[in-house]
Design a protein around this ligand. Structure first.
Ligand SMILES: [Zn+2]
Length: 177
């Protein structure tokens, strides 16, 4: 192959990878805005968006306390909105962006929905079910394979959670007098 052409192809692939990375960051920023909504309501700040063909089709923020619903994690809320909007319980080809590594329940729901790819920001060391506590999406009994990518806007996503818990701890601290 002519080197000039090969070099051009490599450059094109690099440009496409850069565009894909920028899109991942843009959708993660949308999820971060939703996480802030959760935090303002006193819920642990986690946000999620479902994306299909480059467009957001579902949004969710964590709201188990306000909704009186133990399943109302950001991912579940976003999946439900996307499925209602698309009038389809299968979200084949869709991607889900979430600020924090999803738990086992949410990974299960994404597999049920046939989500093609999950992208998350910061790891959740205790309950994260992609790389931390377990790798639920790779369980051999599953008949659907979901791609996973962590670490997108990791610092911003981790800071959002840490600041929420820091503020809550300082509210709980006894006042010196
Ligand atoms: Zn969850």
């Amino acid at each position: 192959m002519e080197p000039r052409l090969a070099g051009g192809r490599v450059l094109k692939l690099m440009v496409l990878a850069e565009v894909a990375a920028r899109m991942d960051e843009a959708f993660m920023r949308a999820a971060l805005v939703l996480a802030a909504d959760a935090g303002r309501r006193g819920e642990v700040p986690v946000g999620a968006v479902v994306v299909l063909d480059g467009a957001v089709v579902g949004e969710g923020f964590n709201q188990p306390i306000g909704s009186h619903d133990p399943t109302a994690h950001a991912e579940i809320v976003a999946l439900r909105e996307a499925a209602r909007r698309l009038r389809n319980y299968r979200l084949t080809r869709a991607e889900l962006y979430v600020t924090i590594e999803p738990c086992q329940m949410c990974v299960g729901a994404m597999v049920h929905a046939r989500i093609a790819r999950v992208v998350y920001g910061a790891r959740e060391p205790k309950a994260g079910a992609i790389e931390s506590a377990m790798r639920a999406h790779e369980h051999p009994c599953l008949n659907h394979r979901m791609q996973a990518l962590g670490g997108v806007l990791e610092a911003e996503c981790r800071t959002a959670i840490q600041e929420f818990f820091r503020a809550r701890r300082s509210e709980e601290d006894p006042v010196d007098c």
